[in-house]
Design a protein around this ligand. Structure first.
Ligand code: SAH
Length: 349
């Protein structure tokens, strides 16, 4: 057994590694290392979740955004972006469909759209909850004040996804305009946690200017934050952003990281993302075989799918929801797993 595999064993035993050890693993990514890490990651995943995969029906309800993140296709500065908002009725219709498919978690995601005041968000959340009391609601609508988060919680939101993107301030400032700060984003995550949300943090793998050292810091940050969920996927360039010509993140780095995160945070909810399925046709299956245990099929109406374009060539923008459900079910089963009808809460609570 080589040095690197011993580090994987150590990660499993102790739940963490040093900064230098993470850098060493990340700098020596190979098929052999990935296979070794995936073997461990999958057996840990099976211990907590057996062969179950949880589904989150994703509803992208607005692509208006006041922010100007350099990597993102729906950034405010992109004047080629065809903007839309779903009405409350349309959002309801997506949920109705998802509920009929057996989905018991809905993720409402959008740009940071001021039209959706706290009151509007709370209305949407509480009306869905009163219609479907057995579903979990996840919000993914960006940085808000603690009072807003409090109101969302009171309205019935259960979970919140807010990727920290990078925990290194210098790197953060290369990905975002000056009016945004990594410190505030991390503060938001702490606020959400303190309010009792199940929280999800995460990064884009291979984002512009990201170093292996940055990722090592992110792993240390994630261990400390100990979120219920971690969302990671490869960075993929979007033609109408300042990062149009930047290289995409790789499948290999994303797969290794998924396994490392599973080993480091054994019971974490870990999606195999659409971005992973976009850089490789079998990316999502490979993600599951690297230790992921969640998939997030798109429930947005087909007429808006193309418009929620965070990056180029996003998959699943043409199919009706029912087709996606079928296709995803088959993909999950090919990996020896099954999709379950369950809220899929964190076993940790
Ligand atoms: N406005 C919400 C939702 C953002 S979109 C928020 O601020 O949290 C969800 C995630 O998509 C982002 O957190 C980011 O990590 C990812 N993303 C954005 N642009 C991307 C790109 N070009 N490639 C890959 N992932 C991207």
């Amino acid at each position: 057994m080589n040095e690197l595999m011993k580090l994987i064993d150590k990660l499993e035993l102790q739940g963490s590694l040093t900064y230098e050890e993470y850098v060493m693993l990340l700098s020596n990514n190979s098929q052999e290392l990935r296979d070794y890490a995936a073997l461990k990651a999958v057996s840990i995943k099976e211990k907590y979740y057996s062969n179950k995969v949880f589904v989150r029906g994703l509803i992208e309800f607005s692509n208006y955004c006041k922010n100007d993140c350099y990597y993102c296709g729906i950034r405010n500065g992109n004047h080629n972006c065809d903007r839309y908002r779903l009405s409350q009725d349309e959002i309801f219709e997506c949920c109705r469909q998802g509920y009929d498919f057996g989905y018991r978690t809905f993720v409402f995601q959008s740009g940071e759209d001021p039209y959706y005041s706290d009151e509007r968000i709370c209305n949407i959340v509480s009306s869905i909850k009163s219609e479907y009391p057995d579903v979990a609601i996840t919000l993914s609508i960006g940085e808000k004040s603690i009072d807003s988060y409090k109101a969302f919680k009171k309205a019935g939101a259960d979970r919140y996804l807010l990727r920290h993107e990078t925990c290194n301030e210098d790197h953060y400032s290369k990905l975002h305009p000056q009016n945004m700060s990594g410190t505030n984003r991390k503060q938001c995550l702490n606020n959400l946690k303190s309010l009792g949300f199940q929280v999800g943090a995460g990064i884009m793998v291979g984002s512009p200017y990201q170093t292996k050292e940055n990722i090592a810091e992110d792993l240390i940050f994630l261990k400390e934050l100990n979120p219920h969920m971690v969302g990671i996927g490869p960075f993929i360039s979007h033609k109408d952003t300042p990062f149009a010509d930047m290289p995409n993140g790789t499948l290999e780095d994303t797969l290794l990281l998924l396994s490392l995160i599973r080993i480091m945070l054994p019971d974490v909810l870990l999606p195999s993302t659409t971005a992973l399925g976009t850089i490789n046709p079998r990316g999502r299956e490979m993600g599951l075989m690297a230790g992921a245990n969640v998939v997030m099929p798109n429930l947005s109406p087909v007429k808006v799918r193309q418009k929620y374009s965070l990056y180029d060539n996003k998959i699943c923008t043409g199919e009706e929801a029912a087709e996606c459900v079928d296709c995803l079910k088959k993909r999950v089963e090919l990996t020896g797993n099954i999709i379950v009808t369950d809220r899929g809460d964190s076993p940790r609570k």
